[in-house]
Design a protein around this ligand. Structure first.
Ligand SMILES: [Zn+2]
Length: 224
């Protein structure tokens, strides 16, 4: 009688070992269990879809010490492209859109003569502590902050925080107005008046600590 050939290959692994190996292989092929919470919350995404912006949801990620939860990747806010895509919390994206529509474009048309078509930013996510006196983690550590340095119009004019913040011309006035407007919308606002780390950009975040560290302009200098 011809016996069954061993199934375990040349060495003839016993049946139990083969079964375990097959089981392990099957387990390895299984997709990981779904995260209990992935991506931005649906209500916030719904609100973003009603706004004039280009974005796409991104899965939760980041690192163990600096997780990114509830974020989207934004490429355009209203009339302004971001010079590079930016991953940020949905709440920050929503407020960025509000700020662009309510403050940036009206001020640009009134003061610079045309809309801002590109906003140059220096990043949203960085796993690090705050640059201020506090030792707490930065809002950048969870993609809940953005650093914006330059506003460019369709004609190529650039209002630069580095070059124009301390000026006395139209670009300086524009920067002061969008900075002042930001303090009414974002939770935290920093700029060149805050410290040397912010000499070349505005920092906007949606953290739990409200602050506005910009020297407000004399209201008599605001062009109506
Ligand atoms: Zn920042």
């Amino acid at each position: 009688m011809q016996g069954a050939k061993p199934l375990g290959g040349a060495r003839g692994a016993p049946w139990p070992a083969l079964a375990v190996a097959l089981l392990l292989a099957a387990c390895a092929a299984e997709p990981p269990p779904p995260s209990p919470y992935v991506g931005a919350p649906a209500p916030c995404l719904e609100r973003l879809r009603l706004l004039n912006m280009d974005f796409e949801p991104v899965p939760d990620g980041g690192s163990k010490s600096c997780p990114i939860v509830g974020a989207v990747k934004v490429t355009r806010v209203g009339q302004a492209q971001l010079d590079k895509p930016a991953v940020m919390t949905c709440a920050l994206a929503e407020q960025l859109s509000e700020w662009e529509g309510v403050f940036v474009q009206p001020a640009a048309k009134r003061i610079l003569g045309g809309p801002v078509t590109t906003m140059h930013h220096y990043g949203t996510y960085a796993c690090r502590r705050s640059t201020g006196k506090s030792s707490r983690m930065s809002e950048h550590a969870r993609a809940n902050a953005i650093d914006i340095g330059i506003f460019e119009t369709a004609s190529g004019e650039k209002a630069s925080v580095t070059k124009d913040w301390n000026g006395h011309d139209a670009k300086a006035e524009f920067l002061k107005q969008v900075g002042q407007g930001a303090c009414t919308l974002f939770a935290g606002v920093l700029g060149p008046d805050s410290d040397a780390n912010h000499r070349d950009h505005f920092h906007f975040d949606m953290g739990p600590w409200p602050f506005c560290q910009l020297n407000m302009i004399d209201p008599r200098t605001i062009r109506k």
